[in-house]
Design a binder for this molecule. Structure first.
Ligand code: ZN
Length: 134
């Protein structure tokens, strides 16, 4: 069992960032060949998802559609003013579980692990917990 953290500097208010390589590095450093990788975004205004890593317009479309689903101008109560970011975090979820086989994350050809920033730019952390089942 291995734990570590990935730190991310997000570039703007909203972004989907492909962190697959960083997560794979953490898995490789753990030495686990067969197991499970749990990821947790340690924030309430960010999330994690798996989606297309090839065409960047997919990331832009996801952010655009989330903006439509969660309007900026509702009568939110939360005084900090970032309720849309909290709600988007809940919609995407903030954790992932990915199998590990032969030391590699099991992902489809077009799948990448995405960190979802909804209230940046900020320094963010993803907790990585690698468990051996071999
Ligand atoms: Zn808040």
């Amino acid at each position: 069992m291995q734990q570590r953290e990935i730190t991310i500097r997000t570039p703007g208010k909203e972004a989907l960032l492909d962190i697959t390589a960083e997560v794979q590095r953490a898995v490789s450093e753990s030495g686990v060949n067969d197991g499970v990788c749990h990821l947790l975004a340690l924030h309430t205004t960010a999330g994690l998802t798996i989606n297309e890593n090839a065409d960047p317009s997919v990331k832009a479309d996801i952010l655009m559609a989330l903006k439509k689903l969660v309007p900026d101008d509702l009568a939110y109560s939360h005084a900090e003013g970032n309720s849309p970011a909290h709600i988007k975090s809940t919609l995407t979820g903030h954790s992932l579980t990915i199998p590990i086989a032969n030391g590699r994350l099991v992902l489809g050809t077009w799948q990448g692990v995405m960190f979802c920033e909804f209230d940046g730019p900020r320094h963010r952390k993803v907790y990585v917990h690698v468990v051996s089942t071999g």
